[in-house]
Write a protein that binds this ligand. Structure first.
Ligand code: 5GP
Ligand code: ZN
Length: 177
């Protein structure tokens, strides 16, 4: 079933008027940045399901996957892939990750600027994960975002220091800030 967006919603989704993720990408709204390049940005979710929950966005506004350039979508996932690998190599000690993209209101997208969730997972974390999912950062100790981001960046550095495992690992590698 296709959910109709109103004309006003479509226009707002298309041009990004008042979009908080556009402001984060432009550096005019605060965020704890994990990674940035010319086209992409990754920052910590303000209400994390788990410590290290990161959002990957294209810097240029796209409301839904319908509005996103396919090549940019590939790069978006590629960065999510790298972050999942970096989380395993970071001091956060992730054993895995959930990568999730909610596309459209029918899919529970609440911020209408395309974003890929990268949520670190640990073996046996079902209870803390479920609590985090239900309460979204409202319970428990709030981990220090600066230290969390630094740990993920160190994981990216470790990943970059490893010998490439496939030819595309070298071809696709992005320079990062
Ligand atoms: P969605 O449901 O659209 O897939 O997820 C939107 C995500 O964006 C939520 O996980 C929410 O916590 C996060 N979020 C909403 N506003 C902000 C913000 O201003 N800054 C950051 N860092 N995350 C936000
Ligand atoms: Zn936007």
């Amino acid at each position: 079933m296709v959910t109709e967006r109103s004309g006003a919603e479509r226009r707002r989704d298309a041009d990004g008027d008042g979009c908080v993720f556009c402001r984060i990408a432009a550096g005019t709204a605060p965020a704890t940045t994990v990674y940035e390049d010319d086209t992409l940005c990754a920052f910590l979710d303000i209400r994390p399901i788990a410590r290290g929950h990161t959002l990957v966005i294209p810097k240029r506004h796209a409301g839904t996957l319908d509005d996103l350039d396919t090549a940019l979508g590939t790069r978006l996932f590629s960065l999510g892939h790298r972050l999942a690998k970096a989380l395993r190599r970071s001091a956060l000690g992730a054993d895995g990750a959930n990568l999730l993209l909610n596309d459209g209101r029918s899919a529970f997208q609440t911020v209408h600027h395309v974003h890929l969730h990268v949520v670190p997972r640990h073996n046996g974390d079902i209870r803390t994960f479920t609590t985090g999912f239900l309460f979204r950062g409202r319970v428990g100790r709030r981990p220090d975002p600066a230290a969390t981001a630094a740990a993920i960046r160190a994981g990216l550095d470790r990943l970059d220091a490893e010998a490439p495992t496939t030819p595309s690992d070298t071809e696709d590698k992005e320079p990062h800030a």
